[in-house]
Design a protein around this ligand. Structure first.
Ligand SMILES: [Zn+2]
Length: 230
């Protein structure tokens, strides 16, 4: 039995398949949300098998969720440098993150685009899901800025995201997270990656933290809107 560490971007696993000349440790991108109970987990690996199709070598892990105990499978393609690429996993039907109801009211577009991007990521489309998360971030920040500055709605809608953050977001924690998220998000779109030590998982982590702070601010905003009854 082998449990994965959630905080690590990759886990290593020793693959031993003499019939395919495989005998070394490989890096794998973990599945971090159970496809059944949708709770963040470190999957338990119950076993694996390897196969070869047209000179390409694959490993498929049989995993258990430590929360609901259900079984799912994850398939990777092995490459020469002891790395691997996530091909797919099954089942995939129920991956959808739920958000605070206040956030659903603030920015339904953010939630829709975030969940589409999450689904793309879980299907192994790691090269394109980052663009989706960058777009989701823009909707979240702009909808939040418009909530706080209704009179500037038209201007905020047209403004680039960077200036929008600097001009309209007061909370320094949200501001820092959003600015850094824009940097990482732009890396997902451009030919040259400026922050090569960061990837889409960092972008998701930052966006989730922005969601946390904005959800808190929405509660503050709600409380401050209560007027005394005369
Ligand atoms: Zn589960």
């Amino acid at each position: 039995m082998h449990s994965l560490d959630l905080d690590r971007k990759y886990f290593t696993y020793f693959i031993d398949a003499p019939d395919l000349s495989l005998y070394s440790e490989y890096e794998f991108e973990p599945i971090s949300v159970c496809p059944y109970c949708e709770i963040a987990i470190s999957p338990i690996i119950d076993g694996y098998f390897c196969n070869k199709i047209n000179d390409r070598r694959f490993v498929t892990f049989l995993c258990s969720c430590p929360v609901c105990y259900k079984t799912f499978i994850v398939k990777y393609e092995l490459s020469l440098n002891n790395r691997s690429t996530l091909i797919n996993y099954a089942p995939t039907s129920s991956i959808e993150k739920t958000f605070d109801p206040k956030l659903e009211v603030l920015s339904p577009d953010f939630i829709r685009i975030y969940n589409q991007s999450l689904r793309a990521k879980e299907l192994g489309m790691s090269d394109i899901c980052g663009l989706g998360f960058r777009k989701a971030l823009e909707f979240l920040i702009k909808d939040y800025a418009i909530l706080l500055n209704k009179e500037d709605k038209d201007r905020i809608e047209r403004l680039n995201l960077g200036p929008c953050i600097r001009e309209y977001i007061d909370n320094p924690k949200i501001c820092t997270l959003a600015e850094k998220s824009v940097w990482l998000g732009n890396d997902q779109a451009h030919y040259v990656e400026k922050h090569s030590d960061r990837d889409v998982n960092d972008l998701i982590k930052f966006i989730d933290r922005i969601v946390f702070h904005i959800s808190g601010e929405l509660v503050d905003y709600d409380a401050s809107s209560i007027q005394p009854i005369k």
